[in-house]
Design a protein around this ligand. Structure first.
Ligand SMILES: Cc1cc2nc3c(=O)[nH]c(=O)nc-3n(C[C@H](O)[C@H](O)[C@H](O)COP(=O)(O)O)c2cc1C
Length: 378
């Protein structure tokens, strides 16, 4: 069983992560994590913090001689933007931002100062989830499985379909300031972010995550908590500000008839093929051998330059929010987080199906599962 825990505040000394259950023999170095951490910090529309600190993950346990040993892997990302936490002189902040965790968190824990809530609810925590996801991607990569995410909508600018080959999507996302595959849409998205900034406002959007090289049969239908669609949904919805998830073309499918939606099962050149993939690579809570396609909807960033109506928890009066340093649009960054959490769920399912002791056992078992795709001919 693969599992992880994270700890750390936005302005505390560091973020910590522990991964337990990784097979022994996986080559792992800080550089494996660095590129995704940089991707999360990039993206047009992010705030000042991303320029203050370049994230770097340190591997502090579980790796000897550059490979995993089977022991828990511990990661640490130092925070450099850390002035005020624990500082008695810090002014309390008692006006919660609508759309943030601050009001519900303050009511839950009995605070009038919302800062302790914001410190942990902040998406700073997703830096560690990106690092953990990069480790998961490394495991998936060793088994021939790739995961990529990109932006398909920001505000009202959207790209509905893409014909960019799967293998080229990561590089195309990296070359766009908003991690969108379409250069023209990228420019329109940048302009939409500029217009929102000018208006003192923020934007959300939609992310698509694709994974391929998946053997059929990851996940299971035998119990609700083993269904991969449910686990992917939970993982994506655990990202702050992600409020909707779509598997395959689920919302369009809902408006069509069964014979228009369900992907035919055919035989070709000795193997099972699916001419279409409206199911997004999942049937019965399991991978079916087709690419996994999931989308996530992100709401606009809660903190806006323009004040929003709120209350002062200390004074017991109505009040307006005061602006704090914040992102205008974090959909490109959230796409990196989305790829990380999807990679994590797939890595969990891989270890469940293929064993978690040694990397070579995982790789052998994945090859055997892929062989099942050819059985249709026998
Ligand atoms: C990568 C990323 C960056 C974010 N940056 C900000 C930000 O700068 N300001 C802000 O108010 N919310 C930001 N958010 C969203 C809040 O963290 C989120 O809305 C808040 O924690 C409340 O959780 P909920 O939206 O899931 O209900 C960001 C989210 C992500 C994924």
């Amino acid at each position: 069983m693969l599992r992880f825990l994270t700890a750390g505040e936005s302005h505390g000394p560091a973020l910590l992560g522990i991964i337990e259950g990784l097979p022994a023999g996986l080559p792992l170095a800080p550089e494996d994590v660095a590129a995704d951490l940089a991707r999360r910090q990039g993206g047009y529309g992010r705030g000042a913090r991303q320029r203050i600190e370049a994230d770097r993950a340190e591997i502090v346990a579980g790796v000897l001689g550059g490979v995993t040993t089977g022991a828990p892997v511990a990661l640490r990302i130092a925070n450099r933007a850390r002035p005020e936490l624990g500082d008695a002189a810090r002014a309390p902040r008692s006006v919660p931002q609508p759309g943030h965790a601050e009001l519900a968190g303050a009511l839950k824990y009995g605070f009038t100062d919302v800062e302790p809530v914001a410190e942990r609810a902040s998406a700073r925590e997703t830096a560690m989830r990106v690092a953990i996801g990069a480790v998961a991607k490394k495991l998936l990569g060793a088994a021939g499985i790739e995961v990529v995410a990109y932006v398909v909508a920001i505000g009202e600018v959207s790209v509905e379909e893409t014909d960019v080959p799967l293998e080229e999507r990561a590089a195309r996302a990296d070359s766009s300031p908003v991690r969108c595959l379409d250069p023209e849409a990228s420019r329109a998205m940048v302009a939409a972010i500029d217009a929102a900034r000018e208006a003192g406002d923020t934007l959300g959007g939609i992310i698509e995550v694709v994974a391929w090289g998946l053997p059929p049969g990851l996940g299971s239908f035998v119990h609700p908590d083993r269904r991969l669609d449910a686990r992917l949904g939970a993982a994506l919805l655990s990202i702050p500000a992600i409020k909707g998830v779509e598997i395959g073309s689920a919302f369009a499918n809902a408006r069509l008839r069964g014979t228009q939606v369900h992907d035919a099962i055919r035989l070709k050149e000795g193997g099972i093929v699916r001419p279409t993939n409206r199911a997004g690579g999942l049937e019965g809570g399991m991978t079916n051998g087709e690419p996994l396609v999931v989308r996530a909807a992100m709401k606009p960033i809660p903190t806006t330059l323009r004040p929003q109506p709120s209350i002062d928890l200390a004074a017991g009066t109505e009040a307006e929010t005061l602006y704090r340093r914040s992102d205008i649009c974090a959909v490109p960054a959230a796409s990196v987080v989305a790829a990380a959490v999807v990679a994590w769920v797939l890595a969990e399912a891989l270890v469940e199906c293929c064993g978690g002791d040694r990397l070579e056992q995982v790789v052998e078992r994945v090859a055997a599962m892929r062989g099942e795709m050819r059985r249709g001919r026998e």
